[in-house]
Design a protein. Sequence first.
Length: 370
Amino acid sequence: MKIAVTGGLGFIGSAVIRLLLGSSPSEGEGPHEPVEPVEPVDVRTRVMNIDKVTYAATTGSVASVAESPFYHHVEIDIADGPALRDAFARFEPDAVIHLAAESHVDRSIDGPDAFVRTNVVGTYELLQAARFEAERRNVLDSFRFVHVSTDEVFGSLGLDDAPFDETTAYDPRSPYSASKAASDHFVRAWHETYGLPTIITNCSNNYGPFHFPEKLIPLMILKAVAGQPLPVYGRGDNIRDWLYVEDHARAIVSALRRGEPGETYAVGGNAERTNLDVVQTICDQVDVELGDEVGGRRELIEFVADRPGHDLRYAIDSAKIRRELDWVPSTDFADGLARTVRWYLDSEWWWRPLLSERYDGQRLGVAVAS
Ligand code: NAD
Ligand code: TYD
């Protein structure tokens, strides 16, 4: 199968590519160590990684597959329709897994333009390119377009509400979630109107290796290691449902191979935690790993001004994907978080240049007009 993966230099896209190409996922290979070409899980798998290389892209995240003859990267903006169509005509994909996006809520508050351009216009251009390519080769029925979306399109849950599932009405509240909701609607429209076999996944918050250090978990790990204040928005009582990234990658590949066109699958980690609980656990884990007195780093926690429009709670009921695609999240949150902390401690080669060249950990998303 020839698969075009968009956003494959990002956090989740790189995990999908490593899984597709049979690389052992994340055990801290350095960027300069020679990496043996790996055999893909299915020897017929070929991957074209379409990634514009934004601030969020890292080649280190695909270092383990970069030399594989089954992998190549093309530097294309998904909002560039002609470039996409040209790449598709050359590669002749059987499927698209679409992950390219602007993904950070706080950045969407500071600068929503890029979110509309990539998440909305880019998804539209990608749908058109996939449709024209499938029609050109007369493979519309067998083609697959997997669109990776978020539970944030469903809005915010109260503490006593049932978790989101595939029937939950859309109610996005941030510029990020509004742009993702728009993209989901376009994807569904291309299925209904043009017969493009699309599948949508809406998943909860991911965590794990190669997560850009603007997001809660990696930011708190690196600040805790450096002994810096840990900024918790509001009172830290917002709740997220944490999903280990490699479990999510398996869900996406299951949706590609066995998902029903036109269907949506909600994917969650079954691990609801308050932000304060997550940050305290990170503090204790870092204390343990560095041999310091457990509890000491909790003193670094600082409650700071809340995010504007901060959604209280996200949670997912994954019964459908468990039942229909036989997928379960296999990583317990405590194990996954401990593994993630160890990965960051072992992988300074990956994150140090990001902190010095791209993002130094400053507060984002306070809605000050620029
Ligand atoms: P990320 O920010 O780590 O990576 C995004 C990648 O997309 C980067 O490599 C970037 O260079 C690329 N990209 C951005 N704009 C592009 C463009 N115009 N053209 C081509 N490439 C472009 O994101 P992520 O966390 O890996 O998220 C991947 C997908 O999963 C996104 O669609 C996101 O909305 C969705 N999602 C993420 C989470 C999460 O917890 N991270 C949860 C639910 C859904
Ligand atoms: P984030 O990782 O940005 O994901 P999302 O906003 O998509 O859920 O944030 C996760 C939670 O952590 C969210 O409730 C906001 C909160 N948060 C903080 O309290 N402090 C921080 O420095 C960051 C980045 C996030």
